[in-house]
Design a protein around this ligand. Structure first.
Ligand SMILES: [Zn+2]
Ligand SMILES: [Zn+2]
Length: 255
């Protein structure tokens, strides 16, 4: 009698357990997502080379009314094609969502938004990157210095599109698409491990006054590019990586 009871109990337990794993894939999903929740710069080689990933998918999620210009997406795509070995191609997806209402943003708030909006994660030999176009600024911006974008995890970055749009209405400022392209390229370069952020230095060009940035004047990875000040007064020109930054990327598997 006791054995029968026990047997019945075990059967029910098994059924419930199986039911749980079928209906609720959270544990499995978390394991898969863990590869996209690592420290900034730790996937530099995976992004640059085709060793582990033959293709790249960028998931751009923008707040409605704060979508990037099509010229910026085209410029960003060309920048990626010039630097990455992805023989199966680079795909950029775009989707608009309502405002979170949380501007100005801390990085913790951006991480929360990513957790509820990101849908694409590394799968087989496709590596994925999340880009959020926020309807506002980073918290703690000042009149003297505003932040245009932040890279914050190995495959995650945010563009403060509200700030970019405000900047582009100022006199003598570069066009919105120029600032967008420069910011996308700069933040993605941090994901590629620049400067000394997962991609080893091949020469001494890290700015001693701004860690993980380049000391070459007018290089894309100058710290000033991340802030509004660096984009003003440089004309309608998208800054490029200098030879030392490119040499670092090539030594870590890049083009
Ligand atoms: Zn930077
Ligand atoms: Zn540089």
């Amino acid at each position: 009698m006791q054995i029968t009871k026990l047997f019945g109990y075990l059967l029910i337990s098994s059924f419930i357990l199986i039911g749980c794993s079928d209906d609720d894939d959270t544990p499995v999903t978390n394991t898969l997502q863990a590869n996209n929740k690592k420290p900034l710069g730790s996937s530099a080689n995976d992004l640059l080379s085709a060793t582990n990933f033959n293709s790249l998918t960028i998931e751009i999620i923008a707040v409605q009314g704060f979508e990037p210009t099509s010229q910026a997406i085209q410029g960003f795509r060309e920048f990626l094609q010039d630097r990455l070995f992805k023989p199966d191609g680079i795909t950029i997806t775009q989707r608009s969502i309502p405002s979170s209402g949380k501007a100005p943003f801390s990085i913790e708030e951006i991480v929360e938004i990513e957790n509820t909006t990101r849908t694409l994660f590394n799968k087989e030999d496709d590596i994925t990157v999340y880009v959020y176009f926020a309807d506002g600024s980073k918290e703690n911006d000042t009149n003297e210095q505003v932040t245009l974008g932040s890279a914050y995890l190995n495959t995650s970055m945010v563009i403060y599109e509200g700030t970019l749009r405000a900047l582009s209405t100022r006199p003598n400022s570069p066009s919105l698409s120029t600032v967008e392209t420069a910011t996308l390229n700069h933040e993605f370069s941090h994901l590629m491990g620049l400067v000394n952020l997962g991609t080893p230095l091949q020469s001494e060009h890290e700015d001693p006054d701004a860690s993980n940035h380049c000391n070459v004047s007018s290089c894309l990875m100058e710290a000033a590019i991340e802030f509004g000040s660096g984009m003003m007064g440089m004309g309608n020109v998208i800054p490029e990586l200098d030879a030392q930054c490119i040499a670092d990327l090539q030594a870590n598997g890049g083009r």
